[in-house]
Design a protein around this ligand. Structure first.
Ligand SMILES: [Zn+2]
Length: 91
């Protein structure tokens, strides 16, 4: 009887398979005094899988991913923290 093969745990801080982080634009809903804004969502899955899904944005909001909208977006109603965070993580 062969011993079960246990995959070695990835060391903490190991680089991911993705060379560059891709972002998608996501539209949040208007919430009280906060207007609906475009946020950035880090793409960990193929864009086709997250289209229309609610994902956690860079600034920590839940927003619906719209892969039709490019990121960085040309829209004026953009979440500023998301712009800053996406720029600082893209080198
Ligand atoms: Zn945001």
């Amino acid at each position: 009887m062969a011993a079960p093969t246990v995959p070695a745990p990835a060391p903490a801080g190991a680089p991911t398979a993705f060379a560059a982080t891709a972002f998608a634009a996501a539209r949040s809903r208007a919430h009280g005094p906060t207007a609906a804004l475009w946020h950035a969502v880090e793409l960990h899955r193929p864009a086709g899988e997250v289209d229309g899904a609610c994902e956690l944005t860079l600034c920590g909001t839940l927003a619906r991913v719209s892969v039709d909208e490019p990121w960085p977006t040309e829209a004026r109603d953009v979440c500023v923290p998301c712009v800053v965070l996406s720029r600082s993580s893209a080198r």
